[in-house]
Ligand binder design. Structure first.
Ligand SMILES: N[C@@H](CCC(=O)N[C@@H](CS)C(=O)NCC(=O)O)C(=O)O
Length: 215
């Protein structure tokens, strides 16, 4: 098998790539990285010294690709399948990248800020940063709610890389700041994402690890 994915089954940015792979039945060897284990972390940092996952290794093309969005672009280019993750039209492709960035930077990142603050040592919390993250997340979910009044997916009618970013970001955002009662269209979109077989599979595979989530 040519592709190896370095990831963790609970990590939201890893979920993006898992969804993209499952959308197109792209075969890969899963390699779970445990950043809490010194040996696993050291081995992973030899591959990508930044130490953040996911990272894809493609032996056939002798390429190591970090960054979830770049991995999805790589898969779309070199291992395409039935779901066109990046639209062929240049304007639509740029728009899908914008939406991917939006979900990463304004939903996933603030959601992670709220979650990881709970893991900080006593006395090292960042309440101001968490408040800022909550406010940003609230704004972003409001924008998504408006968008989803008329759209089925992040780009309209077609599922794309932007939905791969949206699914984990909204899934976890809804756990830390539930929006089902206040943002019906965003909640309905999350419902559609959860029913998508690729994402349903990712969530199912993560079930054994959910106890590790700092709820
Ligand atoms: N921009 C990166 C973000 C990757 C990222 O932040 N991954 C998290 C897991 S979701 C991680 O590796 N966290 C471990 C750490 O920061 O030590 C991407 O899109 O892949």
């Amino acid at each position: 098998m040519s592709l190896t994915l370095y990831f963790h089954p609970l990590a939201s940015f890893c979920w993006k790539v898992l969804i993209a792979s499952y959308e197109n039945d792209t075969p890969f060897e899963p390699h779970i990285v445990d950043l809490g284990d010194d040996t696993s972390r050291a081995a992973f940092e030899k591959i990508w010294p930044i130490g953040k996952f996911p990272v894809l290794r493609d032996e056939a093309r002798d390429q190591t690709i970090p960054e979830s969005s770049i991995i999805i672009e790589y898969l779309a280019q070199h291992y395409p399948g039935k779901t066109q993750l990046v639209p062929a039209d240049a304007d639509l492709a740029r728009e899908s990248r914008l939406r991917d960035r939006f979900y990463d930077l304004y939903v996933d990142v603030p959601m992670q800020k709220i979650v990881t603050d709970k893991l900080r040592p006593a006395g090292k919390n960042d309440p101001h940063g968490v408040e800022q993250a909550k406010s940003l997340l609230q704004t972003a979910v409001g924008m998504i709610d408006q968008d989803m009044e008329t759209n089925a997916w992040a780009m309209g009618d077609a599922f794309s890389m932007a939905d791969c970013a949206a699914a984990p970001a909204l899934f976890y955002a809804n756990l830390v700041m539930p929006f089902g009662d206040t943002h019906k269209h965003a909640a309905a979109y999350l419902g559609r994402l959860k029913e998508r077989p690729s994402f349903a599979r990712v969530v199912k595979e993560a079930q054994p690890y959910f106890a590790l989530f700092p709820g």
